[in-house]
Design a binder for this molecule. Structure first.
Ligand code: NAD
Length: 353
């Protein structure tokens, strides 16, 4: 991509990647300076958390299994009490973006170190960003204390992620890389990671959608998710992420599914302004990359309309207003009519234009 001026100042996270790497957790926890770790999960993954805690032996100070979507502040406050009661001096998060979000919320308040074992492809583990909700409002903040110190990508922990969620979570990851390619503060390193990450996920998702236990395909997907998460943590996001943030935060739509529906339409909106990005995506996604993303989701049985996710048609106008409120860099000018038309196509499940 023709970038002629750029800055590159990544935050660093220590990364272990590979099947079985969770066996290195005790030494990684110690290396992060933790002597008593609180292990976090959602209620659904409590058993996985218990097995991780067991592997930690004396280094485990307890388990907190109440992580919830969109990091509600009241859950964080309960978890802070659990952290204090257990006299924990570090955090081990086992799960997707919801659990990792709780770990980040604790770190933001205590500056304790975090070791993360991701089990979805959402990418939060590689970012210094925390989104929290209080009284129905979602706010985002960012800081080096929020970025996890260590990430252990053990593909075996993703085996139980249902196929449908694997597909939408994988497309959520692709969305980070697509927007990195046209980020105004992007750089050639992130462009290369973005294309490699998108390529890995586009190759992997159809394979394990057919045979969910094919670990080689899950490994390829997790590798792609790591690269895409790195993009999300390093450069700024644009229209697509803004729309999804609004739809999730103000209308309660599910995170990964919303990304899956909106991405082809957001890319189609920006396409006229970034012909070089479209050209770079063609070898991976076909002659029309936005249509290619739409077909990928449809062929794998993922949702393709906001209507199917429960958004009422009347919400389109308010979602358009909200998405236009904050100013952020986007390759194509943000025009109310055009954004409303884009959201309307996404709502109805039409192909992107
Ligand atoms: P999630 O963490 O909410 O997980 C969804 C459900 O799947 C949960 O019940 C979870 O326990 C379960 N699950 C996860 N992994 C599993 C596995 N391997 N096997 C079985 N069940 C499993 O979903 P998500 O899409 O990973 O995360 C979404 C949240 O993360 C949103 O709140 C979003 O805003 C946030 N997020 C934040 C960032 C960031 O940088 N701050 C980045 C991406 C996502």
């Amino acid at each position: 991509l023709p970038r002629t001026t750029f800055r590159f100042a990544p935050l660093t996270t220590r990364v272990l990647f590979g099947a079985g790497t969770r066996s290195a957790l005790p030494e990684e926890v110690r290396a992060a300076g933790i002597t008593r770790a609180l292990v976090l999960t959602t209620p659904h993954q409590a058993e996985m958390g218990a097995s991780v805690a067991q592997g930690l032996g004396d280094l485990a100070a307890g388990q907190f299994t109440g992580a919830a979507m969109h990091t509600p502040v009241d859950v964080t406050e309960t978890a802070i009490s659990a952290l204090r009661a257990a006299r924990a001096d570090g955090i081990v998060s086992v799960g997707g973006g919801s659990t990792i979000g709780l770990g980040k919320a604790l770190a933001a308040r205590t500056d304790l170190p975090q070791v993360v074992l991701p089990t979805t492809y959402a990418g939060s583990e590689m970012t210094p960003i925390l989104g929290e909700t209080e009284n129905g409002l979602k706010t985002t903040r960012s800081g080096p204390e929020i970025q996890p110190e260590t990430v252990i990508y053990d593909v075996e922990l993703t085996r139980s992620l249902p196929v449908g969620m694997s597909v939408t979570s994988g497309i959520n990851a692709i969305a980070h890389a697509v927007e990195a390619l046209y980020a105004t503060n992007g750089n050639p390193v992130m462009d290369a990671l973005a294309l490699e990450g998108i390529g890995a996920l586009v190759s992997a998702l159809p394979k394990f959608a057919r045979t969910p236990d094919r670990m080689a395909a899950r490994e390829e997907a997790l590798y792609g998710a790591w690269l895409c998460g790195t993009c999300l943590g390093t450069v700024g996001m644009a229209l697509h992420h803004k729309l999804c943030h609004t739809l999730g935060g103000s209308f309660g739509l599910p995170h990964a599914e919303t990304h899956t529906v909106v991405l082809p339409h957001a890319l189609a909106y920006n396409a006229p302004a970034v012909p070089e990005v479209i050209a770079a995506l063609r070898p991976i996604l076909g002659a029309d990359p936005a249509a290619g993303l739409h077909a990928l989701a449809r062929d794998l049985g993922a949702p393709t309309s906001l209507r199917a996710l429960g958004l009422p048609e009347e919400a389109i106008a308010r979602a358009t207003d909200l998405a236009l409120q904050a100013r952020y860099p986007n390759p194509r000018a943000l025009k109310e009519d055009a954004i409303r038309a884009t959201l309307t196509r996404a709502w109805a499940g039409e192909s992107p234009i």
